[in-house]
Design a protein around this ligand. Sequence first.
Ligand code: SF4
Length: 179
Amino acid sequence: MSDRADLEALFAKHGYTDFKWIEPAQIVVSQWVRMKCMFGCPDYGRNAACPPNVPTVTECRAFFNEYHTAAVLHFAKSLDNPEERGAWSRKVNHALLKLEKEVFLSGYQKAFLLFMDCCRICTNCPGVRAECKSPELARPSPESMAVDVFSTVRQWGFPIEVLSDYAQEMNRYAFLLIE
Ligand code: SF4
């Protein structure tokens, strides 16, 4: 069995079937994404895994260039109450950490997860990297690593649109870098 087949069996064991293999070189990294973090996002400076607590945009691109394989995992969800989003993100991201750990323990020493949302592992985040309450669990989101998620996932036909109200279905994406 190939390495990829082994990994796919591992993904299936964790319940992940809605994903695609991608080449990290095709991940679109853009300065405008960082500007959106800096101006207009309430998590800027308030989440210890979001800007300014992350590498520069140039360093983000360099990071992705160090990998040859990644999986992009799709999560679709509608929530009646926007307040439920944090709890949903926490649950999904905790589960993804288990997959990242098992991939790592399978021999992929560079395995690194980008959460499908800002790090919501703790209900109250101090917003400063050095004060992170669960540093072993904290991971950045694709957006906080300057990934243009829209342009990136559309290359593989994944759905993603700007949403105008909370009743619409969200299409969120996590990335697992593997090597
Ligand atoms: S693990 Fe907790 S404290 Fe650390 S970045 Fe995530 S939410 Fe913030």
